[in-house]
Design a protein around this ligand. Structure first.
Ligand code: ASP
Length: 439
């Protein structure tokens, strides 16, 4: 049995954090494959190594003295090596990287070096094999991730080692050029390695003790979610709850491998278990998340209900313009299109174009409303339960908050409520108080 363990940037920010990570790894012999991020912030104002690398690359390509520009990065890694009292020199690697920057190997190459160097240090400290992710994590020539090839290569390379460190965040293109995932992408590497080695568990070690039921910037001391399904997680992450990269769910989900979010600074905490399915529920509502900056386009047209193909014409326009919509609550002769407000900046003529395809003429109406916030109340326990919507709406009504849109899919996994942006924080608190605290 193998467990894959990924350590985020704050978990490997300095030698002290390295020691905590190593202790965790050594405590369980199944923790065989380790995915490091680049060193993150050691204190509030500190800079992440990934950000330093982006900046350094820009400076060097703009003509700044390469050795001077790269020095702070060298110092960061050399500091970790000497504090760990390792007999290791990265001098050759530094020279190669500086040369790569001078040869303009690209931003992705630059950013990836944080994970690469941190991986070498961690492998030396643990006495594990170092496997460069460029050898086994592959992208296609169009830049998309090559899941099949990666799965085969990783399995083939890693089955040769009992224990290995594979840096997160990057891989390589068919021509050998380095390519990274989007920011926070080491989570994705952890997930694809877990799938390839058929891990029993993917542990994602970070600096919080799991997913919180609500945003701690809005709600005081929200509870930790101990078990959440992949689908619930997807709903909450989509609505802004961050801890894990959105795309990290897919490879492990496909393979049915659970993810355990754990805290490097408090390893005894249970954290959050992300599982394919869960029968039991701790509470009816698993989490509350939300985002601002949405708009609604309200359309009213006589006999809309009888007009076959009406919605298709609207959706065809969205497809042509590559517009994503959030949801489309409908009435008999009314339709509301809930969209990211950015759509109005990118397509200032959207109302006119919709008016044309929907054939809206007076006295029918098409008008936009802005400054909408959406709140998703998510919970697998809501299915076939009575009274949840009543409680949510009562909570908002008591808080004197007007609800502008409501959406609940038949999966009954979530209820999405649209309110004025100004009411957002108060609405989240009101729902939390009634659905979580009072339960
Ligand atoms: N180091 C990268 C970042 O800061 C990737 C990661 O940490 O997951 O985005």
């Amino acid at each position: 049995m193998a467990k894959v363990v990924k350590f985020g940037g704050s978990s490997l920010a300095d030698a002290n954090q390295f020691k905590k990570a190593a202790e965790i790894i050594r405590a369980d012999k199944d923790r065989r494959y380790v995915i490091p991020s680049a060193p993150g912030k050691r204190f509030g104002e500190d800079e992440k190594v990934t950000d330093m690398l982006y900046k350094c690359y820009e400076d060097i390509t703009a003509g700044k003295n390469p050795n001077v520009a790269f020095l702070p990065i060298e110092e960061r890694f050399d500091g970790i090596i000497s504090d760990l009292e390792l007999d290791l020199s990265l001098q050759n690697e530094y020279e190669q990287i500086i040369e790569g920057f001078e040869n303009k190997l690209g931003m992705d190459y630059a950013a990836s070096r944080g994970e690469y160097l941190n991986g070498i240090i961690l492998a030396a400290f643990l006495d594990f094999q170092f496997v460069d992710a460029a050898e086994a994590v592959k992208f296609k020539s169009d830049g998309s991730f090559d899941a099949k090839l990666t799965d085969e290569l990783l399995w083939w390379v890693l089955s040769g080692y009992k224990q290995a460190v594979i840096p997160g965040f990057y891989g390589s293109m068919p021509d050998g050029a380095i390519k990274t995932f989007s920011r926070g992408g080491s989570d994705i590497t952890g997930s694809i390695v877990s799938k390839a080695v058929k891990a029993s568990l993917y542990e994602n070690w970070t600096d919080v003790s799991g997913f919180l039921v609500a945003d701690p910037r809005i709600v005081d001391n929200p509870e930790v979610i101990s078990t959440i399904t992949y689908r619930e997680l997807r709903e909450l992450s989509y609505m802004g709850a961050t801890v894990l990269h959105e795309d990290a769910v897919f490879p492990v989900r496909e393979a049915g491998i659970p993810i355990n979010i754990k805290n490097t600074n408090n390893p005894a905490d249970f954290g959050t278990m992300i599982v394919p399915e869960a029968d039991s529920t701790e509470r009816t509502i698993t989490g509350i998340a939300g985002k601002k900056n949405f708009s609604v386009i309200h359309i009213e047209k006589d006999r809309m209900n009888n007009e076959i193909g009406f919605l298709r014409r609207i959706l065809a326009l969205f497809e042509t313009l590559k517009i994503n919509f959030e949801h489309i609550p409908t009435g008999i002769d009314t339709l509301s299109l809930v969209l990211d407000s950015k759509v109005f900046e990118e397509h200032p003529d959207i109302i006119e174009r919709l008016r044309k395809v929907a054939e809206i003429e007076k006295p029918n109406i098409i008008e936009p409303f802005h400054n909408l916030a959406l709140i998703a109340v998510v919970g697998r326990g809501m299915k076939e339960q009575r009274g949840i919507a009543t409680r949510i709406f009562a909570a908002l009504s008591h808080a004197k908050i007007n609800i502008r849109t409501i959406d609940q899919g038949s999966s009954e996994l979530n209820i999405i409520i649209g309110i004025n942006e100004d009411d957002f924080e108060q609405a989240v608190r009101a729902i939390y108080n009634v659905c979580i605290l009072a339960e």
